[in-house]
Structure formats: structure tokens, C-alpha cells
Write a protein that binds this ligand. Structure first.
Ligand SMILES: Cc1cc2nc3c(=O)[nH]c(=O)nc-3n(C[C@H](O)[C@H](O)[C@H](O)COP(=O)(O)OP(=O)(O)OC[C@H]3O[C@@H](n4cnc5c(N)ncnc54)[C@H](O)[C@@H]3O)c2cc1C
Length: 316
């Protein structure tokens, strides 16, 4: 099979990967950007992005719209975009090899920017009402729910932290916790239970999200299965099951306990020449600005690495 060769291959064309590609291409490095979907990932799900500096504050801008701008920007600098899923890598020798269904590619450096996949199991009503009351990020969407009543669903540290962020915007929060405690630091759990805006519904599970075009209420099963309709205009979901997209690494890079890629200060991974950027490395704050900053940092580290190597070779 003919193997195309690039200086850099970026896996994942979300904001992290696309930014990395823009920077490497602009540095004169031939760059291939691979993604299984032209518009996908976390940003592809965002109904409205209003906190990316310079964009989305005058005219509403969807995540898909922002991605289209980013991809057009990358291609204008000569980035080659291919809509292929990456199935695996060979990282034991250089150049590295990247495997897709129809083609194997080679590169001197790689950026893994495959994001953190979302759950595959949807709550009834969730899919239809994403962007119409169903949300996943308090920092992103909290301001759209000013003075409204919302539900927060989950018992993780993320659910607790996000509820506290939301309390700064909304009128009242029903925190639907499927268990009798929180999987969070004691201080944060106490901050939630003592917050006068937050009403915790322990041992309760969300059954469905209801509304015709916009969320009006959620159906909740309480202890002993008692059913209850809770009136809310928004639902923020923090359910177990979000997973970094790192299965395809097949144990070749060091991951943390939750499967996120472990990175050094230059976003370098356990294999020199392979970098990780964005949600795939488990950033505490998952935002477009963080992902783009990661992409830029990884790209500049690659630029330094490849220039240094080229200089060493020319001195031989
Ligand atoms: C509903 C929602 C709303 C949000 N709203 C905002 C907001 O308003 N403001 C904000 O700043 N942040 C927001 N975020 C967070 C933000 O979208 C993410 O932090 C950001 O997109 C992370 O960028 P990324 O490039 O790391 O990952 P992603 O955007 O998830 O991109 C990863 C890419 O990798 C691709 N990929 C995965 N596996 C493979 C593979 N095997 N082969 C090829 N390609 C692959 C995916 O298709 C995807 O395109 C929101 C998130 C969600 C879910």
C-alpha cells in the first residue's frame, strides 16, 4: 500500500486538533488532519458558543459554525483534511504510522486530539432537546438560564462543581443524585447541601426530559420509585460514561486512571514526538479556548523538535 508521508499528522479535527494543524502548517510543516466526521466531537454538539473571544457575541454562533470557520482557516494554510477514522497507530519506530480503513500514513510527529467521547445511552427526550434546555456545561451555557429553574443530574465531583457554578446564574437548582451521597470532596459536597438555591433530591433518578420544543419539566423517580414531575427550564447532565477517545492507542501511551493521556509541560506524551491536546488529556476546564491553546502549544513544541532534529542532521 502506498503510504503518504507528512511532517505532522493530527488525529481529531475539533478545536484542539484544528488549531495544532493551523500552527504547524503556518510553520511550513506539511500537515494532515484526520477526523471521522467533518463536524463532530464535543464542539459539534454545542448549540451556541458565546464565550469564545471575538466570536458569537454579536451574531449567535453554533459549535458547528465555529468548526467550519476553523476548518476553512486550516485549509487556507494548506492543511490537508481527510474524513477518515483513525483505527490505530504504530509508535514504536519513526516515522510513526497512522492507520485508517483505506490508507496508512506516516509522519515525523503526531498530535492526538480525539476529545472525550460522550455517553452512547441517551435519556428519553435528551436528544430532541439538546440546545433547547438540555446542556452539559455550566460555564458555557449557565448564563442562558439566568433566573430560571434547572435540574442538575449526577453525583460526581463534576456535577457538584457545575451546580455551584450554575448557582451564580439561576434561580433554583434541583440536584438529582442517584445515590445517597456525593463522590466529591467533603468541602464541595457541603457547599452544595448548604447552598440555599440548591435542593438535593437524593436516591432519585431522571426518567425522561419533557417539553415540546423546549424543556418544561423532568420526570424523576424518587426513593421507593415514587414518580414526580419537576418543573424546570433547563437540565444539565453529568452522568457516568463520558470517556476519553483513547482506545485506539492500544496501550502505546501512558494514560491516567480514567484513560486520559498523561502529558508533560509541552503536551508531550510518554512517546517522544507524540503530543496530546484538548479534552483527550483530561483538562479540568473543558472549553474551546483551552483546547485551542493546547493545540497551539503542541504545534510549537513539534516545530521546535523538528527544527532541532533538522539542524542536527545538517551538522553531521
Ligand atoms: C453540548 C456542549 C456544549 C459546549 N459548549 C461550549 C461553549 O459554549 N464554549 C466552550 O468554550 N466550550 C464548550 N463546550 C466544550 C468544548 O466543546 C470542548 O471542550 C472542546 O470541543 C474540546 O475540543 P477537542 O478538540 O479537545 O475535542 P472535540 O471537540 O471533542 O474534538 C475531537 C475530534 O476528534 C474526532 N475523533 C475522535 N476519535 C477519532 C478517531 N478515532 N479518528 C478520527 N477522528 C476522531 C472527533 O470526531 C472530533 O471531531 C461544549 C461541549 C459540549 C458537549
Amino acid at each position: 500500500m502506498n503510504e503518504e508521508t507528512y511532517d505532522v499528522i493530527v488525529s481529531g479535527a475539533g478545536p484542539a486538533g484544528t488549531t495544532a494543524a493551523i500552527y504547524t502548517a503556518r510553520s511550513g510543516l506539511s500537515t494532515l488532519l484526520l477526523d471521522k466526521a467533518r463536524i463532530g466531537g464535543a464542539l459539534g454538539m454545542a448549540h451556541q458558543v458565546a464565550n469564545y473571544p471575538g466570536l458569537g457575541f454579536k451574531e449567535p454562533l453554533s459549535g458547528a459554525g465555529l468548526l467550519e470557520l476553523m476548518h476553512a482557516h486550516a485549509e487556507s494554510f494548506g492543511v490537508v483534511f481527510r474524513p477518515f477514522q483513525v483505527y490505530g497507530f504504530e509508535l514504536s519506530t519513526e516515522p510513526f504510522r497512522v492507520i485508517t480503513a483505506t490508507q496508512v500514513y506516516q509522519a515525523k510527529a503526531l498530535v492526538i486530539a480525539a476529545g472525550a467521547r460522550s455517553r452512547s445511552n441517551w435519556i428519553p427526550g435528551e436528544r430532541e432537546l439538546v440546545g433547547h434546555g438540555v446542556a452539559y456545561c455550566a460555564t458555557c451555557d449557565g448564563p442562558f438560564f439566568a433566573d430560571k429553574d434547572v435540574a442538575v443530574v449526577g453525583n460526581s465531583e463534576e456535577a457538584v462543581t457545575e451546580a455551584l457554578v450554575l448557582a451564580g446564574y439561576v434561580s433554583h437548582i434541583f440536584l438529582i443524585n442517584p445515590t445517597s451521597r456525593f463522590l466529591a470532596e467533603d468541602g464541595e459536597a457541603a457547599a452544595v447541601t448548604s447552598n440555599e438555591k440548591i435542593e438535593v433530591l437524593f436516591n432519585s433518578t431522571i426518567q425522561s426530559i419533557e417539553g415540546d420544543g423546549a424543556v418544561t419539566h423532568v420526570q424523576v423517580a424518587g426513593p421507593q420509585g415514587a414518580q414526580r414531575a419537576v418543573p424546570v427550564q433547563g437540565v444539565f447532565l453529568y452522568l457516568a460514561g463520558n470517556k476519553p477517545a483513547t482506545d485506539f492507542l492500544d496501550g502505546q501511551l501512558t494514560l491516567d486512571q480514567e484513560g486520559y493521556i498523561v502529558t508533560g509541560p509541552e503536551l508531550d506524551t510518554s512517546v517522544p514526538g507524540v503530543y496530546a491536546a484538548g479534552d483527550v488529556r483530561g483538562n479540568r476546564l473543558r472549553q474551546v479556548v483551552i483546547a485551542t491553546a493546547d493545540g497551539a502549544m503542541a504545534a510549537m513544541a513539534i516545530d521546535r523538535r523538528l527544527r532541532k532534529r533538522a539542524k542536527l542532521i545538517s551538522q553531521r
